[in-house]
Ligand binder design. Structure first.
Ligand code: PLP
Length: 402
């Protein structure tokens, strides 16, 4: 059997009809440099060995798989398990690719890491990598997110990063990407733009997937060891789609395993009320690559909403658009209310406070469990919810009315 991961994307970064690299001319040489450096180091024994040590001794990998016995009993039906990326250092999966991107920057002789951030998780992870490698760090963040995710802004500053507030347009993730690209053009000789998900021009969707693949490799082995079988269903929330590609990629050649991407439905299915790009988007270009995009009446990226800042993006990784098209992954949604219910339920019944992003995957498992008796559902718990507790409790209380 030919392995999906070996053949997808093609050498120019196309996942079927999605992906590619549509770059402004000044960025062409810099992306060429990144492509060539990645092609070289991904086969370098030194790079692989150093990354393995970092994962083990700094990040605390492998993270465990936990059987959620109380939630399974409560929901009735399927057995629910979680891959615990909340226990990865800095509390989310993003450090997996940030440490690898930092190591890539080191191998390329760069002295600075820069990126956009939504909920602040990518900013914190990248600032952590920059501190570890002794590099400078510049993070662009929308003003709305800065107000909502204050503790992460404090963390980034403590870690030595410069946080650049983005005050135009919707003042959220999409504008932060635009702002960061602009700043990067002027300093691409010495800096690496470490994109925060499986998005952006080639080679980022492929490279970030490869760096997150560790989640799926570990989870598959751990699940087999725990149960003697593969899971029937694997689910993850999808914003840009990196944590989902991380876990899906471990099971993608296992035809018996159903893969489910959960998009944020926000407050309703009306344009502007959600960020469910695959469910409601159309083909288009955004930030230098082709994918599905939520568009407004003028064909521009539409405003988006979800209670989870980290999922707030009007595009999606090109590989998800492709996996949707070929039918290998099923995409569904959970709305704000379902995510909040799941946030409270996992906290109270399992002693795990999930990130609001991850709570969308928990909501999926809770909803599907009853309909799937005797089956198993493995979700990727992409991050912990400490960053969200003030916002959630000040806005919604302690969940007793939901
Ligand atoms: C950033 C983030 C996400 C969304 O990003 P993906 O690239 O879609 O994985 C999900 N969960 C957490 C905890 C995050 O920090």
């Amino acid at each position: 059997m030919t392995s999906y991961l070996k053949t997808t994307p093609d050498k120019d970064g196309w996942f079927g009809s999605y992906g590619g690299a549509m770059l402004p001319p000044p960025l062409e040489p810099h992306f060429k440099e990144i492509r060539e450096a990645y092609a070289k180091i991904s086969k370098s024994a030194d790079f692989i060995a150093e990354l393995r040590l970092i994962r083990k001794h700094f990040q605390g990998r492998p993270t465990p798989v936990s059987y959620l016995k109380n939630l399974s009993a409560l929901c009735g039906g399927a057995q629910i398990y979680a891959k615990r990326e909340d226990l990865n250092h800095t509390g989310a999966h993003k450090l997996n690719h940030c440490m690898a991107e930092g190591l890539l920057a080191k191998f390329m002789g760069k002295t600075k890491l820069m990126a956009e951030t939504g909920a602040g998780q990518h900013g914190v992870a990248l600032a952590t990598a920059a501190a570890y490698f002794g590099m400078e760090c510049e993070i662009h963040m929308g003003e709305i997110d800065i107000a909502k995710e204050a503790p992460n802004v404090t963390r980034m500053k403590l870690l030595g990063a410069t946080v650049v507030p983005v005050s135009f347009g919707g003042r959220s993730l999409k504008e932060a990407v635009d702002s960061c690209f602009q700043s990067y053009i002027a300093q691409a000789d010495t800096a690496l733009f470490a994109i925060g998900s499986v998005v952006g021009p080639h080679p980022f969707p492929r490279m970030v997937r490869d760096f997150q693949h560790v989640i799926g490799v570990e989870a598959r082995e751990q699940f087999l060891e725990m149960t003697g079988e593969l899971p029937d269903m694997v689910a993850a929330c999808v914003g840009g789609g990196s944590n989902a590609m991380g876990i899906f990629s471990g099971f993608i050649d296992d035809a018996s395993v159903g893969l489910y991407g959960v998009e944020p439905l926000g407050t309703s299915s009306n344009l502007g009320d959600h960020a469910a790009t695959i469910s409601f988007g159309e083909d288009g270009d955004i930030h230098g690559f082709r994918t599905l995009v939520l568009k407004d009446a003028n064909g521009e990226p539409a405003p988006v909403h979800t209670v989870a800042s980290g999922l707030d993006y009007p595009g999606v990784g090109p590989e998800h658009a492709h996996l949707h098209k070929i039918g290998r992954v099923h995409y569904t949604t959970a709305d704000d209310k379902e995510a909040l219910k799941a946030f409270y339920a996992l906290s109270r019944h399992e002693g795990i406070i999930p990130a609001l992003e991850s709570a969308h995957a928990v909501a999926f498992a809770m909803r599907e469990a009853a309909a799937n008796p005797g089956r198993s559902i493995l979700i990727n718990l992409s991050g912990r919810g400490d960053k969200d507790i003030d916002y959630v409790t000040q806005t919604y209380g302690f969940g007793t009315d939901l």
